[in-house]
Design a protein around this ligand. Structure first.
Ligand code: C5P
Length: 311
């Protein structure tokens, strides 16, 4: 049987500024994405009946819908419709990225599906075609295609690669259940309405935000320490409000000597920055022994975006 496998990375947000709620239901934001070496794999198998179906295995597979609402199915349909493809595909997703973890797991499966189906169907879509389809599917999908380190504005889909040197070593504290992204955005709106956030966060709520310059300067230096000082995430307070036990995870990370720690994206995964690979190993062991999270995972970034790995 003919099949193509693509893999695509998880993302973390080194900075995430959330602006006002737009008329289309999305928040205007400014973020710095980094792709890390934690990958899902999507295999697209050729089928004769023209159907597009999906099955899911691996980490948290039971919580991922194996039906038409799966973003991977929607990605394959969008590509087929744009290029008038009549063939179908049986998609199998191997999850290593925790679903609803603030790591763009669903978005990255869509990005991998676009790459796999493009190769399977020989649609020869350009990067621009794929980026346009990706932006329609979700705010993080274009970054999952691009990879590396990039600034995202708009609702996160308008990307500019960032100048970054060096590799960064992260420890991910993965919680036992996910958080809904819309619920976390709704919570930031609620908190802002109640004015529980800082004056700066309230200002951000009324203006299109910009990425903090210090994170871009730190990335150019290639040094983890300044990057640690520059990390920020406006969604952190909202995720912590919905999942207060994450305070203890971040506290444990600090006690164990992480350079910095914060919620990744809309959470509940927490990301801790290590000095180097050995430090990351020590941090991961220390965090595991606290028993505060379901799994602890080391990851390194930046890495490339979605790629075909086997056909
Ligand atoms: O784009 P994506 O489908 O990942 O977004 C999921 C949900 O997250 C949106 O429906 C919206 O509620 C929220 N969101 C937002 N502003 C963004 C991105 C996502 O409010 N920039």
């Amino acid at each position: 049987m003919i099949s193509v496998t693509a893999r695509s990375p998880a993302k973390i947000n080194l900075a995430l500024r959330v602006g006002p709620l737009r008329g289309d239901g999305f928040h205007s934001l400014a973020t710095v994405f980094q792709a890390i070496d934690l990958y899902d794999e999507v295999t697209a198998h050729q089928v004769d009946d023209g159907e597009i179906t999906v099955s899911v295995t691996g980490l948290g597979a039971e919580s991922v819908p194996a039906n038409d609402s799966n973003l991977a199915v929607r990605a394959a349909r969008a590509l087929a419709s744009r290029f008038s493809v009549t063939q179908g595909a049986r998609l199998t997703i191997l999850k290593r990225i925790p679903p609803a973890g603030g790591l763009a797991g669903g978005s990255t499966d869509a990005a991998a599906t676009l790459m796999a189906c493009d190769a399977l169907w020989r649609t020869r879509a350009s990067r621009t075609d794929l980026a346009e389809i990706a932006a329609d599917l979700g705010s993080d999908v274009p970054f999952c295609l691009l990879g590396g380190t990039a600034v995202g504005v708009g609702r996160g889909e308008l990307l500019t690669p960032a100048l970054a040197s060096g590799d960064y070593h992260w420890v991910l504290a993965i919680d036992s259940s996910g958080l809904s992204t819309p619920a976390v955005y709704a919570e930031i709106d609620r908190l802002r309405a109640e004015q529980h956030l800082s004056a700066k966060a309230r200002r951000d709520a009324t203006h299109d935000p910009a990425v903090p310059e210090e994170v871009l300067v730190a990335l150019r230096s290639g040094e983890p320490k300044p990057l640690g000082r520059a990390l920020s995430n406006d969604l952190g307070d909202a995720a912590l409000s919905l999942r207060p036990r994450l305070h203890r995870v971040l506290e444990a990370g600090r006690d164990l000597g992480a350079l910095a720690g914060q919620v990744s994206g809309s959470g509940p995964t927490c990301m801790l920055l290590a000095r180097d690979a050995d430090h990351a190993l020590n941090l991961a062991v220390g965090l595991t022994t606290t028993g505060l999270c379901r799994t602890v995972q080391r990851a390194c970034g930046p890495v490339a975006g979605a790629r075909v790995v086997r056909d």
